[in-house]
Design a binder for this molecule. Structure first.
Ligand code: ATP
Ligand code: MG
Length: 426
């Protein structure tokens, strides 16, 4: 019989990985709650027109990547490719603006894009994102960026780089567009096929190309920041100043235009040098026109989204096995020893240690092999002679140093054990 497999571009999140998901979710929830952001949950599918209107038909996401279908009532439906359009629809539909002031919202959940699956790129993936609606103040831009940086830092991720650009207003962009087209036209035949088409409809998208030759050409293109109005320029200067005041470093990247059409003013990405081709973990920016475009009141806003799978790849790389690595692996054999081993396991767990108890009853050598495979930092060994004297052997795997301890003593010296565990982590 044929075995039914998961659909291409989707994957199971198995128990060994789930602790990373929970850690990111908990960390994000805490950091965002501290900044007074409230969670919002919107449906995973929406009317196709929401994304066409919100994201723009010229974008990769709408042009090529949408999971769209017609339901039994002949309604054009799309599985959400991103979170912002749905949040904005909910903001308008539920009059969230009626209380005035700003709305600070966050979400997490699955997103769907019909892309070529590869490491860090799937058809069902997950994002965690934030939207700050109702403020055009540059402090709002910086608050959003700072929270993304806080989350990544709290997770312990390093080697990250913040890239920043301003894409100005619609008027700034139409000034810029002609200069860009004039520069790119002589190179038309050297551009990748998508970019050749975009030269007519949406030349700024060319700056976002992933084709090597196109990227090289785009490097010397005129820069949008030289075409900003005084007020757009002022907004961008203030964002940069406030980032510096908070000690957040960044690099300007004039090719950063982001993949969705609704951005204005600040656009940013956070990239890792450890992720290869799929380097962007967080993307975001200001989208002052979107709420109005979708039929709501004129409402400035800024937001970002992080790719959970890419965050997890990074966490896994940076911590290698340390999260699933037990502090203690308990090896035991013999009736009385096995009973005492269970008690030790529970007591150590109650004291906050991670403990793996071998239940196999197999030879000591086999149990030790498993302890090594699990990456245990220390083994606790209970045989007949230990059971008879209420002692236990403590063996540090890194140094192979072994000592005999009275069980009650072992259980009493938790502070010392914590310190020794830290020293013995590989
Ligand atoms: P990319 O340039 O990598 O295609 P994007 O600009 O399409 O990214 P956004 O729409 O800004 O991505 O989404 C924000 C984040 O969501 C990305 O930075 C990435 O971490 C994640 N992401 C986007 N598409 C996928 C996908 N197909 N699989 C996994 N993660 C994704
Ligand atoms: Mg993409």
């Amino acid at each position: 019989m044929n075995i039914i497999k998961a659909i291409r571009g989707t994957r199971d999140i198995l128990p060994e990985e789930v602790s990373y998901w929970q850690e990111i979710e908990t960390t994000a929830r805490n950091i965002l709650a501290q900044a007074c952001y409230q969670e919002i949950r919107t449906p995973v599918f929406e009317q196709t027109s929401l994304f066409e209107r919100g994201i723009g038909t010229e974008t990769d996401v709408v042009g090529k990547e949408m999971y769209s279908f017609v339901d039994k009532g002949d309604r054009p439906i799309t599985l959400r490719p991103e979170g912002t359009a749905g949040v904005v629809r909910a903001f308008i539909e539920n009059n969230l603006y009626s209380s005035g002031g700003v709305q600070r919202l966050w979400y997490s959940g699955p997103m769907f894009r019909y892309e070529r699956p590869q490491a860090g790129r799937q058809r069902q993936f997950h994002q965690i994102g934030l939207e700050l609606l109702g403020s055009s103040d540059p402090r709002a831009d910086v608050e959003a960026i700072a929270l993304a940086a806080d989350l990544l830092r709290t997770l312990g991720l390093s080697k990250l780089q913040l890239s920043l650009n301003s894409v100005g207003t619609g008027a700034d962009r139409s000034n810029y567009r002609q200069a860009l087209v004039d520069y790119l036209t002589p190179y038309q035949s050297e551009l990748d096929p998508d970019s050749q088409t975009r030269l007519l409809h949406n030349p700024m998208r060319i700056l976002d190309s992933k084709d090597e030759r196109t990227i090289a050409i785009a490097q010397n293109a005129p820069k949008i920041i030289d075409f900003l109005s005084d007020s757009s320029r002022n907004h961008f200067d203030q964002v940069q100043q406030l980032l510096s005041d908070l000690g957040i470093s960044y690099q300007l990247n004039h090719c950063l235009v982001r993949g969705l059409d609704y951005y204005s003013h600040t656009a940013f990405e956070i990239q890792s040098t450890d992720l290869g081709a799929q380097a962007t973990v967080c993307g975001g920016g200001r989208y002052d026109g979107l709420v109005k475009e979708l039929g709501g009141p004129d409402t400035p806003a800024i937001g970002w989204a992080m790719g959970m799978e890419r965050l997890i790849l990074l966490l896994q790389q940076q911590r290698s096995a340390s999260l699933s690595q037990p502090d203690f692996y308990i090896v035991s054999r013999g009736t009385s020893a096995e009973a005492k081993a269970l008690i030790i396991a529970q007591k150590l767990r109650h004291s906050g240690f991670t403990v793996d108890l071998d239940l196999s009853g197999s030879a000591f050598s086999k149990q030790f092999k498993r302890a090594n495979r699990q990456g245990a930092i220390a083994c606790l060994i209970m045989g007949d002679s230990e059971a008879a004297t209420d002692t236990v052997q403590l063996k540090w795997m890194k140094t192979q140093i072994q000592q005999t301890l009275i069980i009650a003593e072992l259980l009493a010296k938790t502070t010392e054990l914590t310190q020794q565990l830290a020293e013995n982590r590989q």
